[in-house]
Design a protein around this ligand. Structure first.
Ligand code: TEU
Length: 543
């Protein structure tokens, strides 16, 4: 099929449906809202839209707690609305990717409700991970495993057993050794593929396979968050185990039943060399690369990250992916506005004042970083609002926070709400054009209107126009997936790369100007000096 590889160098735009656009005016974003804003995505020039979960959910974790994988949250719309959205997206040459959350369901999922009502040891309990406790009367959890969001990863039920949840207690983990669980997810993949969905984003892909042989192994205090310290041999009891790959090979067979084959991208917070294994051609094809999120700002780090990421992808036969922001991390404008190595959580807890962010610099760097990322081979994932240069909303009041991390860590971690604030579409009016309600699900700051789509549309030099121009040029310029560095040795301040099409990209990571390399300037992330590439600026050239 000619379109089989469309995703290999695609630009994918992530929509967080609850805060993208609210068509019915209830303060919560919805599917019709997404449809109503597809023209914006078409004008931006993205190849695909990825929707975070829109399934029925109690929103214990923003929708990553799914009650029913084959339905739509009534507050967000209906299956017919999704069909319409897919149709309208395809009309505009935009592909649609949906989010699959296979590690855990919600505690309101019919299977979990059934499991709770069933006897210990019953088949209904086998779909999840139930165990007897330890200590006198089994009053201690089966193991020392910790929930990713704080507290033990086990919760006790009235008959005395405990169930496993690597995230909140409302997110019980499935038992992937169970054939019914496996078959049900294949059914879900087919359900959405049959409706015309083009691909899937696979949540916490690295956690599905677990060593559930009794007795379960304690971690001995090794916190599961230390993902970079994971043993590289698949010996962790529940992260990045070898058996997880069998699951995705089975998925690939189903995805390949379709024409064109459905794409998939793994979310796997593991080291580069392990991560790309999920992206092998007989598995998911892609895996998010979060190395740019981790790298901070600087030519030497970025050089290493790009080289390592590209070679890891190549070894696995995968294509590369790049991410600067998503719904789980502090927006990159704000990350770059803070001193290197700043503790982002401490900064959020201070309400975004300590240290004081230099937002002008943050935006300048963010624009340069984006232009650099978009010049790389592979696909780029954008997060809603980054095309507006939105910074993190760091001063949300405690009573407004929705991320379970805030409560579950007993207010030690502020969580991820600050990047999920509803998108400003208009300069003013109720919720800046997000919807008719003036009480959107998360409050927007007064200055949001100045960054709205309306405020930037057609304005020369605006971040929105920079993204539009960059995506337009990228379509025109992208060559094959190779990359050549044009600088000598280890770069200290500037990265200069060339793509097979003759397209060059130069980023000056330092504060001071450097000479502008020769060539026709196609795009600049900020104003250029005479023969100079100013600090923290990217330029695209053709010779
Ligand atoms: O995230 C998985 C995950 O490991 C995140 O917790 C990540 O490490 C963290 O947010 C970084 O700050 C996925 C989803 O993207 C996230 O929104 C969900 O909360 C989580 O799975 C559970 O489904």
């Amino acid at each position: 099929h000619p379109d089989a590889d469309w995703w290999r160098q695609a630009v994918v735009y992530q929509v967080y449906p609850r805060t993208f656009a609210d068509a019915d005016g209830d303060g919560l974003g919805d599917i019709k809202g997404v449809t109503s804003r597809l023209d914006h995505l078409q004008g931006l020039g993205v190849d695909a839209v990825w929707l975070s979960p829109f399934y029925p959910s109690a929103l214990a974790d923003g929708g990553y707690d799914v009650d029913d994988y084959r339905d739509v949250d009534p507050r967000l719309g209906t299956l017919a609305d999704v069909d319409e959205m897919i149709h309208e997206a395809h009309q505009r040459d935009i592909r649609v990717i949906v989010d699959i959350v296979p590690n855990h369901s919600s505690d309101r999922h019919a299977w979990f409700v059934e499991a709770l009502a069933a006897e210990p040891g019953s088949p209904a309990r086998e779909r999840y991970v139930f165990r007897d406790g330890t200590g006198p009367d089994g009053a201690e959890p089966p193991t020392d495993w910790m929930s990713h969001f704080g507290g033990p990863a086990w919760t006790r039920v009235p008959d005395g057993q405990w169930y496993l949840h690597l995230f909140t207690r409302e997110q019980p983990d499935f038992n992937w050794d169970n054939r019914e669980v496996r078959d049900d997810f294949l059914r879900t993949l087919r359900f959405w593929s049959d409706r015309g969905v083009d691909g899937f984003r696979v949540d916490v892909a690295h956690a599905l396979a677990k060593d559930l042989s009794d007795p379960l192994r304690n971690l001995g205090g090794r916190h599961p968050d230390a993902l970079t310290e994971l043993p590289m041999d698949g010996s962790h009891p529940y992260f990045d185990r070898e058996e997880v790959h069998e699951i995705f090979r089975e998925w690939r067979e189903v995805l390949d039943e379709y024409d064109p084959p459905r794409s998939a991208v793994a979310e796997a917070w593991v080291a580069n060399s392990r991560r790309v294994l999920y992206a092998r051609p007989d598995e998911l094809g892609q895996a998010f690369n979060f190395e740019l999120v981790r790298a901070g700002w600087g030519a030497p780090q970025w050089h290493v990250v790009v080289d390592e990421s590209l070679s890891a992808a190549q070894v696995a036969g995968a294509s590369a992916t790049w991410v600067l922001s998503n719904h789980d991390v502090v927006r990159h404008v704000s990350r770059y506005a803070l001193p290197a190595g700043a503790d982002l959580n401490a900064w959020l807890l201070s309400g975004g004042t300590d240290p004081e962010p230099d937002l002008e610099r943050g935006l300048r760097r963010a624009r340069a970083a984006t232009a650099f990322m978009l010049a790389l081979p592979g696909s780029a994932y954008l997060f809603q609002g980054e095309e507006l240069g939105l910074p993190e909303v760091a001063d949300l009041a405690p009573e407004d926070l929705q991320d379970p991390i805030w409560e579950r860590t007993e207010h030690q971690e502020k969580g991820r709400d600050g990047c999920r604030v509803p998108i400003p579409w208009e300069k003013d009016g109720p919720s800046f054009g997000f919807g008719a309600s003036d009480r959107p699900t998360l409050p927007q700051p007064a200055w949001f209107g100045d960054l709205s789509v309306q405020a930037q549309d057609g304005v020369e030099g605006s971040t929105l126009e920079l993204y539009r121009e960059a995506l337009r040029l990228r379509r025109e310029l992208r060559g094959d997936e190779s990359l050549e560095w044009l600088h000598d040795g280890e770069p200290t301040t500037t990265l200069h790369l060339r793509r097979s099409s003759g397209w060059e990209c130069v980023t000056n990571f330092s504060d001071a100007p450097v000479p502008l390399p020769a060539g026709e300037v196609l795009l600049a992330s900020g104003p250029l000096g005479d023969g100079e590439l100013p600090g923290e600026t990217t330029v695209w050239l053709r010779r």
